[in-house]
Ligand binder design. Structure first.
Ligand code: PLP
Length: 400
């Protein structure tokens, strides 16, 4: 009898964390590696947020909190949704978890029966399919086209929905492509979803504040109020407030769903750290002006990377609206041969070559469900990005 449960054989460890770990190991061994795999801002958490955490410690806020999160934090989240998204929620429609990741996991775990389908547009954030599988659901992957900026079209969405569909996942701006849905694009998807009354929508808005060139962020429950009662609007402090290590995410949705999520959480982590919750109250209620300043920095890095990658032989790269990722095609390198005689047959071969030949760590598109592409995270210093692009260009030029 095997010791490890069968359900574990259905899933794989996060490939993006694997690349980051491999790059860190190589670096520790003295190899000159530039990591473009990380899914976190290189900025530090702002001081006012750190100060709020220190004050909470000194005030003895070191005990268990309610499972759904402290009332102060849930009030701050209600205010955030009103202020930024024009969405009215009550405090019992809010749940807080150990990162957006746990809240999304809890939601799937709380709702999926074996065979229930989860529609996931690809390329996708690596965790959605595996979370659905862990919860005994069936991921239904819809491959989106580069010519549609990697966004799901209304016709593709309609075709993917079956009587077994429980959830449709929307992630805008997207990890891994950076693509974000405009108001009109969301409106068209909402029209499809309105026709399917049993389908719930998981709107993952984690990168809300990272949008460029005046792009207006909107979320589906705001676009179509009739969908709000079956939408889980997910967000968190990790990316916007540079708080990945604090492990705090949150979601808003109908009370029945929020209660179910809380029930799962009450028997697993109970809640995230009381100190992280106090810090997040300050993140959401405190000054917000640094968000636009940081977004400007990300925008200039995006522009740099897109321009440089488009100079590389065999690569082509779109300019996405947000997040801190680009998703270049490496189709033009497939079939070529590396200087030491290895044939590039897949995007995995291509990123392996980049790491081995030039010490640049990126993630293969295969990990995100759409090949042949690769993901570059530009959440790293401008100098590192310039050097990485120089190396990628050299690596591409050396292919025959
Ligand atoms: N959703 C997306 C699209 C992400 O990229 C991530 C993190 O990489 C998360 C959710 C989860 O973030 P966290 O658990 O740090 O809040």
């Amino acid at each position: 009898m095997a010791f490890i449960a069968d359900r574990l054989s259905r899933i794989k460890p996060s490939p993006t964390i694997a690349v980051t770990t491999k790059a860190a190991e190589l670096k520790a061994a003295g190899v000159d590696v530039i990591g473009l795999g990380a899914g976190e801002p290189d900025f530090d958490t702002p001081d006012n947020i750190k100060d709020a955490a220190k004050a909470a410690l000194d005030a003895g806020q070191t005990k268990y909190t309610p499972v759904a999160g402290t009332p102060a934090l849930r009030k701050a989240i209600v205010a955030k949704f009103k202020r930024e998204n024009d969405l009215e929620y009550t405090i019992d429609e809010i749940t807080v978890g150990c990162g957006g990741k746990q809240t999304l996991f809890n939601a799937l775990f709380a709702t999926l029966n074996p065979g229930d389908e989860v529609v996931i547009p690809a390329p996708y954030w690596v965790s959605y399919p595996d979370m659905a599988l862990m919860a005994e659901g069936t991921p239904v992957i819809v491959e989106c086209q580069e010519e549609n900026d990697f966004k799901i079209t209304p016709a593709e969405l309609e075709a993917a929905i079956t009587p077994k569909t429980k959830w449709v996942v929307l992630n805008s701006p997207s990890n891994p492509t950076g693509a974000a849905y405009s108001r009109a694009e969301l409106r068209a998807l909402a029209d499809v979803l309105l026709k399917h009354e049993n389908v719930y929508i998981m709107s993952d808005d984690m990168y809300e504040h990272l949008v460029y060139d005046g792009f207006e962020f909107t979320t589906i429950a705001q676009i179509e109020p009739k969908l709000k009662a079956r939408t889980l609007t997910c967000n968190g402090v990790s990316k916007s407030y540079a708080m990945t290590g604090w492990r705090l995410g949150y979601a808003a949705g109908p009370v029945e769903l929020i209660k179910a999520i809380n029930k799962v959480q009450s028997q697993s982590s109970t809640h995230t750290s009381s100190i992280s919750q106090a810090a997040s109250v300050e993140a959401l209620n405190g000054p917000q002006d640094f968000l636009a300043e940081r977004a400007e920095v990300f925008k200039s890095r995006r522009d740099l990377v897109v321009a440089k990658i488009n100079e590389c032989e065999g690569l082509s790269c779109k300019t996405p609206e947000g997040a801190f990722y680009v998703y270049p095609s490496c189709a033009g390198t497939i079939g070529k041969t590396t200087p030491d005689g290895k044939k590039i047959e897949t995007d995995t071969d291509f990123v392996t070559y980049l790491l081995e030949a030039e010490g640049v760590a990126a993630v293969q598109g295969t990990a995100f469900g759409l090949a042949p592409y690769f993901r570059i995270s530009y959440a790293t210093s401008t100098e590192a990005l310039e050097e990485a692009c120089k190396r990628i260009k050299r690596a591409c030029a050396a292919l025959k």
